[in-house]
Design a protein around this ligand. Structure first.
Ligand SMILES: *Cc1c(COP(=O)(O)O)cnc(C)c1O
Length: 392
């Protein structure tokens, strides 16, 4: 059998990522490929770094995209800052905190684990008590926006506590960048990683990272070489560093970086504050619509992520049946629950280009139809009206 070209349908992506990719970004991806050391491409790399400093709200020189997905950004932060024998305090309130523990132990370091109920934020008082109790914590690691549950933690306070107890901070901002305030310099965060496929609405596969001066000093003072050759920031810097001189490290994903550059240009055009506001407003509209359908949120209103809405599946409604119905009849994707929440919740993303009123109306209409089909009569029109009313 001859296999022919792949032509995917146009879905609406309202899960935990990837989000809908803006047509302008898809168009940028198809532009002519340049050599990765072409001076024009090198100029674009410098612009990308400048745009990322804006998105991170930092003046950190070591700010660049890792040529791999968000998980690689996570690994880059851990392998560069953590050495064998170090002690790392890891806050776990969802899937991604657990992955941080894996990273720490694979670095040959000791993870001190601090658990919080899934769906809640990291509790600063518990973090302070642990920092005080141990006294020799080198790094405090936590997830700012837990995509597995929809909870937002107070990164400013947590980074401040790390400083107060002479620890460095590693912050997972994969889902936060572009969706909620992320202020790397103001919060004095030390190593922060993000991803291209969430609120930046770019294609998956790139991970912006930034390292503070204190983090760079810790990397320079290492006793052991970084265990990962590919993610060693000392080597990556030779490729992404300032000035015309570039040493070959790997071949940058040239066209993928056109996409990231375009998404960051769009973020700059919209303005960070406006992007945050748009996510907050769209979340308000979605919440009003879902509540009209009798659907409840997992996370307290005070700690809810606007861009990732975890909601309980109503009684009598089947998880997989519903998600298949949305995909088959509306070309619409939402996310399933993970871990303890599997089968109990849906995760509805309003990330980047997905955070639009037309997506919210489509989702409410589709969900109402799916639930009506399963014997729970729902009024889609009323839900959409409630969402629209919440906009004003
Ligand atoms: C998506 C995500 C990641 C991993 O990013 P990938 O691009 O899937 O590797 C890490 N942390 C959080 C909080 C995420 O939402």
């Amino acid at each position: 059998m001859a296999i022919s070209s792949f032509h995917p349908p146009r879905r609406t992506l309202m899960g935990p990522g990837p989000s809908d990719v803006h047509p302008r970004i898809l168009e940028a991806l198809g532009r002519p490929t340049l050599g990765h050391l072409d001076p024009l491409f090198v100029g674009m790399m410098d612009e990308t770094k400048a745009l990322l400093k804006y998105a991170f709200q930092t003046s950190n020189e070591l700010t660049l995209p890792i040529s791999a997905p968000g998980s690689a950004g996570m690994e880059a932060c851990f392998v560069n800052l953590v050495e064998p024998g170090d002690k790392v305090l890891v806050c776990v309130n969802g899937v991604f905190g657990n992955r941080m523990i894996e990273n720490v132990t694979r670095c040959g370091a000791t993870a001190v684990r601090l658990d919080f109920a899934w769906g809640t934020a990291v509790e600063p008082a518990a973090v302070e008590a642990a920092l005080k109790e141990h006294g020799d914590i080198k790094v405090l690691a936590f997830v700012h926006a837990e995509t597995s549950t929809g909870a937002l933690s107070d990164a400013k306070t947590l980074c401040g506590l790390a400083k107060q107890y002479n620890a460095l901070s590693i912050v997972d901002a994969v889902t936060s960048m572009g969706g909620v305030p992320l202020m790397v310099d103001e919060w004095q965060a030390d190593a922060v990683y993000s991803g291209s496929q969430k609120c930046l609405s770019c294609t998956p596969g790139l991970s912006p990272v930034t390292f503070s001066d204190a983090a760079v000093a810790a990397i320079k003072a290492r006793k052991h070489p970084v265990q990962s050759w590919f993610l060693d920031m000392n080597l990556i810097l030779g490729y992404w560093g300032e000035g015309g001189k570039r040493a070959y490290h790997h071949t940058a994903p040239v066209n993928a970086l056109y996409g990231l550059h375009e998404s960051l240009v769009m973020l700059q055009e919209e303005g960070l504050e406006n992007a945050w506001q748009r996510h907050a407003t769209m979340h308000k509209a979605l919440a009003a619509g879902l509540e009209t359908l009798g659907i409840r949120f997992v996370v307290d209103a005070d700690h809810r992520l606007p861009q990732l809405n975890s909601v309980y599946i109503p009684e009598g409604i089947d998880d997989a049946t519903t998600r298949q119905y949305l995909l088959a009849n509306y070309d619409l994707e939402i996310g399933a629950g993970l871990g303890d929440l599997a089968g109990k919740v849906w995760r509805i993303g309003l990330m980047g280009y997905s955070a639009r009123m037309e997506n919210i109306s489509l989702l409410l209409k589709a969900l109402a139809a799916a639930m009506t089909e399963q014997g729970l009569a729902c009024d889609a029109e009323k839900a959409i009206a409630a969402a629209q009313a919440a906009l004003v």
